[in-house]
Design a protein around this ligand. Structure first.
Ligand SMILES: NC(=O)c1ccc[n+]([C@@H]2O[C@H](COP(=O)([O-])OP(=O)(O)OC[C@H]3O[C@@H](n4cnc5c(N)ncnc54)[C@H](OP(=O)(O)O)[C@@H]3O)[C@@H](O)[C@H]2O)c1
Length: 340
């Protein structure tokens, strides 16, 4: 297996092109898998053997268990890897136990460091927008964490492009650390970020980290139209189609992915991940798994190279509908292209 590596956005930090997401670690009300410590240890070992050096978690995954289990599984190997975690979600009942205030960010980092058993976080990400806190306060607090050494780099997740652009402008004005990564939902079945977030990331050199790259497991091809989701699968156990997508299109895409098997020598999951790995701006795709078998399947994506024809077919199959003002900008830009 030939893992590839790249810089995280415009930083000097080198990360593997697959990142391992540990949202399935521990038991939570979200019913995401309930991976126990023994399997987590096995997964982390296998992931590291594959060459992955990049791990993603969050303070709210399984109410902190995911961070604890990842920290335990890494043990002495912590120095060999890049750990990304997140802040913003609710971790307690108090008014200040959620959000992106200076107060909560400073409390939350201490909690994450303790649970992970480390004295620094490589990539600290805001998990989503906080409508109650001034952006200046959030960006200054994150910048101070970087200066203090508790955090190396910062990133955003689930922001609209305008929110991320405003944040970057503020960091530049304050002369503090700015966002280097964008952890966003991105898959063959949800390409919404291609409208605004991807262009922003390309223009500012921000690394995109797609989450739920298999649309919660749907793109593995294991769901059937006739029977509906069965128990023992995420969608079946939870009774929720999350992240949401157009199901008609979803089943059509899965059919195509299955027919591509003989041509690509790859499973539907591997083709879906390999497609993302070719997309502009994507630094590292965050893969998730409930079992070793799924993990092995997904890790195999690094050996799949989609040729132009297959890539083009997938591009066309799920192309996002042109959105205004983007189509007008594209029209008007036709006479603003550099002469050959
Ligand atoms: N920033 C955010 O807001 C956010 C949100 C979500 C996720 N994330 C991050 O992204 C990571 C990945 O997200 P995700 O877990 O939703 O990714 P995903 O790849 O879309 O879904 C993973 C799930 O799909 C099923 N699956 C995966 N590979 C499979 C395979 N080869 N064959 C059959 N089934 C397979 C498993 O669920 P079952 O076996 O239970 O069906 C697995 O837990 C998370 O761990 C987390 O780090 C971030």
């Amino acid at each position: 297996m030939a893992m590839e590596y790249t810089n995280l956005g415009s930083t000097g930090l080198i990360v593997s092109r697959l990142c391992f997401g540990t949202m399935t670690f521990g038991r939570s009300q979200w019913k995401l898998g309930g991976v126990d410590q023994k399997t987590a240890d096995e997964m982390v070992g296998s992931v590291m053997d594959s060459g992955i050096n990049f791990f993603d978690t969050a303070d709210i995954y399984s109410a902190g268990q995911s961070e604890e289990m990842l920290g335990r599984a890494l043990g002495q190997k912590r120095r060999d890897v890049v750990i990304a975690t997140k802040v913003r979600g609710r971790v307690g009942p108090g008014h200040n136990d959620a959000g992106l205030s200076r107060r909560h960010i400073f409390d939350a980092i201490d909690g994450s460091l303790r649970r992970l058993g480390t004295d620094y976080i490589d990539l600290y990400q805001v998990h989503g927008w906080d409508a109650l806190t001034p952006l200046e306060e959030t960006m200054a607090a994150l910048g101070d964490l970087v200066v203090s050494g508790r955090v190396r780099y910062i990133g955003f997740s689930n922001y609209a492009a305008w929110q991320a652009a405003l944040s970057i402008g503020i960091s530049e004005r304050l002369n503090t650390a700015r966002f280097q990564s964008a952890q966003m939902h991105y898959s063959l079945l949800c390409r919404d970020i291609e409208h605004e977030v991807v262009p922003l990331c390309l223009s500012k050199g921000i690394g995109i980290l797609p989450w739920s790259p298999l649309s919660g497991g749907f793109l593995s091809g294991k769901y059937r139209k006739d029977t509906g989701p069965v128990s023992g699968t995420r969608i079946g156990d939870r009774g929720v189609w999350f992240p949401p997508f157009d199901r008609e299109l979803g089943f059509r895409v899965v059919d195509v992915l299955k027919t591509l098997g003989p041509q690509t020598g790859a499973t539907p999951s591997q083709v879906s991940l390999a497609w993302l790995l070719r997309k502009p701006g994507v630094t590292s795709v965050i893969v998730g798994a409930r079992s070793m078998e799924q993990l092995k399947d997904n890790l195999g994506a690094v050996d799949v190279k989609l040729d132009e024809k297959v890539f083009g077919r997938l591009e066309e199959l799920t192309a996002p509908k042109p959105m205004y003002p983007n189509w007008m900008i594209a029209n008007q830009s036709q006479d603003r292209l550099p002469k050959e």
